[in-house]
Design a protein around this ligand. Sequence first.
Ligand SMILES: NC(=O)c1ccc[n+]([C@@H]2O[C@H](COP(=O)([O-])OP(=O)(O)OC[C@H]3O[C@@H](n4cnc5c(N)ncnc54)[C@H](OP(=O)(O)O)[C@@H]3O)[C@@H](O)[C@H]2O)c1
Length: 283
Amino acid sequence: MRVWMVADSYLPMVPIGEVMRAIGFAEVVESRHPDYKKGDRVSGLTGLQDYVIIDKSAKTFFQKLPKIPFVSDTVFLGALGTNGLTAFFGMEIAVPKKGETLVVSAAAGATGSIAGQIGKIHGCRVVGIAGTDEKCAWITEGLGFDAAVNYKHPDWKEKLAAATPSGIDIDFENVGGEIMQEVVNRMNLHGRVVVCGFISGYTKEAPNMVSLGTVIVKRLHIQGFLILDYASRFMEAAKQLGQWKMFGKLKDRETIVEGLDKGPDAINMLFTGGNIGKTIVKV
Ligand SMILES: NC(=O)c1ccc[n+]([C@@H]2O[C@H](COP(=O)([O-])OP(=O)(O)OC[C@H]3O[C@@H](n4cnc5c(N)ncnc54)[C@H](OP(=O)(O)O)[C@@H]3O)[C@@H](O)[C@H]2O)c1
């Protein structure tokens, strides 16, 4: 959303005064569309608003969703939604192998927390980087990460070195800047850097601190990706994520902010680190 506010990029900019583009989980309250009836539960580009009117092209963008017993509906926004899918395909790019060391930044967030758990499913040693001790405790004790490093502690670089004694094979990068630089410096030969995001650079100009010399000497494979490119495979990935969730291999957490007027506060939380897991605005 922050990127969409500034300029046209992979999607057109959202101008001031327009409804903020957002994926939502919604209930149909009225329908003249043959495929949708009152009470259907759907997910799609609702925008951040109380109600949305969708025309007949709805089917392309709105997925009808089942009710899964014992699972909250909002799982379709996080672990089984955009963030889960992003983690899934990002980890596919990483080609994780048993015994490798994976580092995930913004590890207690919606995407990072799932990426790290997928790494565990593949048998990796998983180290998360996050901004509070509470988040570090959640990803280790709650999610089974092997170690966590709070980057706000002054000795975090030493802690990262201690947590990755055999170096780093995969960087699932969500943050960029100094954190990425430190992780890349500890990468092993032929390591893979999956650039999912660089949130430290979304609100201010952040210098690219990764040395190309290091990339060459370590023969690193660096790949950025956008989840939109994987739309044709969403179902396949959602099924796998759903199975993992059912068998208790994927845990998730949500930060729910109540009220449309609190939307901006919710977005800001992503930049202050006030959220844990998926951030949802309930309107
Ligand atoms: N490529 C794609 O298709 C795609 C799709 C979805 C998301 N993404 C990217 O994935 C990343 C995570 O997104 P999300 O929606 O899952 O958000 P999130 O991780 O739930 O929330 C963002 C987290 O980033 C951390 N953070 C914010 N500013 C930071 C900074 N300057 N330095 C270090 N950490 C910082 C905060 O946690 P701390 O308390 O740990 O600082 C915050 O909780 C973002 O970069 C986003 O752009 C990419």
